[in-house]
Design a protein around this ligand. Structure first.
Ligand code: G3H
Ligand code: 13P
Ligand code: NA
Ligand code: ZN
Length: 328
């Protein structure tokens, strides 16, 4: 059944596990996630970005998820809107049947300026009011997703680099998190700890100076009843980078967030872990391999089947590593 993010993450908090939230754009990704979840009995968060809605079209996306709910009637499934840019976008998602929305009011810039913080509080508070009235959960974001290596905002959803920011400007401040939660009433809070979106997160295996997993415990202590969310949580598997390169792709040296670090984050209170890039990399590697090794193949289902299987393996690994298996 379709369930709200709050219920799903309350269970995760009670039983000390984290839930991967996978971005979806098409049928193959939804198949992969649901097959993996079914195989290890895990709860599911499917999330759709504005880019997903413009790719698939809102009616198609909604009906693909309805189909998943119909085909897997026992499975708890949350349909979450990723990075809503305004209350209007959130309202549209609610009307479209989403059980959870993210109001990302952090996109403006450095959250530590009073004006941008006040804006974030105001838009998020409004979205909570309208969502809770109809049983929909809300995720807010506080802090600036971005690289501690370069001090830039990375690919924060199409919004360009916001200039070079220092460590303290990028990371979520626990005291401000407490104030934000008190003023908005969000169910979940995305925090900034040095991760960024996309494949190019770190130029080396991250260590504590560029990936601030150690800060999570203090944020969790400051907002114990709000579920923490880690964005930019792809691990960027070196095996898949190697496959992509072997079969003609060009991806320069890069590192993601190691699964072991995410697991440490979950032990410190993270409950929702956003993953998009890893599925993209696995699907691309798998398709490239089939195209190169079977040059006579022209049925696109052959490429898409390989892509689906690769995505399914990634999902299964994350469900198991995050302690989700058996919790569905
Ligand atoms: O938040 C970023 C997700 O990876 C979604 O990416 O906007 O290209 O769909 P997208
Ligand atoms: P990745 O790019 O690391 O997969 O992050 C996805 C994300 O945070 C979506 O909101
Ligand atoms: Na989100
Ligand atoms: Zn994100």
């Amino acid at each position: 059944p379709l369930i709200a993010l709050r219920q799903l993450l309350d269970h995760a908090a009670e039983h000390d596990y984290g839930v991967p939230a996978f971005n979806v754009n098409n049928m193959e990704q939804i198949h992969a996630i649901l097959r993996a979840a079914e195989a290890c009995d895990a709860p599911v968060i499917l999330q759709a970005s504005a880019g997903a809605r413009s790719y698939a079209g809102e009616p198609f996306l909604r009906r693909l998820v309805e189909a998943a709910i119909e085909q897997y009637p026992q499975r708890p499934i949350c349909l979450h809107q990723d990075h809503g840019a305004s209350p209007a976008v959130c309202q549209q998602a609610i009307r479209s049947g989403f059980s959870s929305v993210m109001m990302d009011g952090s996109l403006l810039a450095d959250q530590k300026t009073p004006a941008s913080y006040a804006y974030n509080v105001e838009v998020t508070r409004r979205v909570v009011e309208m969502s809770h009235a109809v049983g929909v959960s809300v995720e807010g974001e506080l802090g600036c997703l971005g690289s501690l290596e370069t001090g830039t905002a990375g690919e924060e959803d199409g919004v360009g680099a916001q200039g070079v920011l220092g460590h303290e400007q990028l990371l979520t401040d626990p005291a401000q998190a407490a104030d934000f939660v008190r003023q908005t009433g969000v169910d979940a809070l995305a925090i900034a700890i040095g991760t960024s979106h996309g494949a190019y997160k770190f130029s080396r295996q991250p260590t504590g100076d560029i990936l601030a997993i150690d800060r999570i415990a203090a944020i969790h202590a400051a907002v114990p009843d709000t579920h923490l969310v880690m964005h930019g949580s792809s691990s960027v598997p070196q095996e898949w980078l190697a496959v992509i390169r072997e079969f003609g792709g060009e991806i320069r040296e890069t590192y993601g967030v190691p699964v072991a670090e995410i697991v440490r984050g979950i032990r410190s209170g993270v409950r929702k872990v956003n993953i998009d890039t890893d599925i993209r990399l696995a699907m691309t590697g798998a398709m490239r391999r089939v195209m190169v090794t079977r040059p006579d193949e022209f049925d696109p289902r052959a490429f898409l089947k390989a892509a689906t299987a690769a995505a399914q393996d990634i999902c299964r690994e994350r469900f198991e590593a995050f302690g989700c298996a058996g919790q569905g």
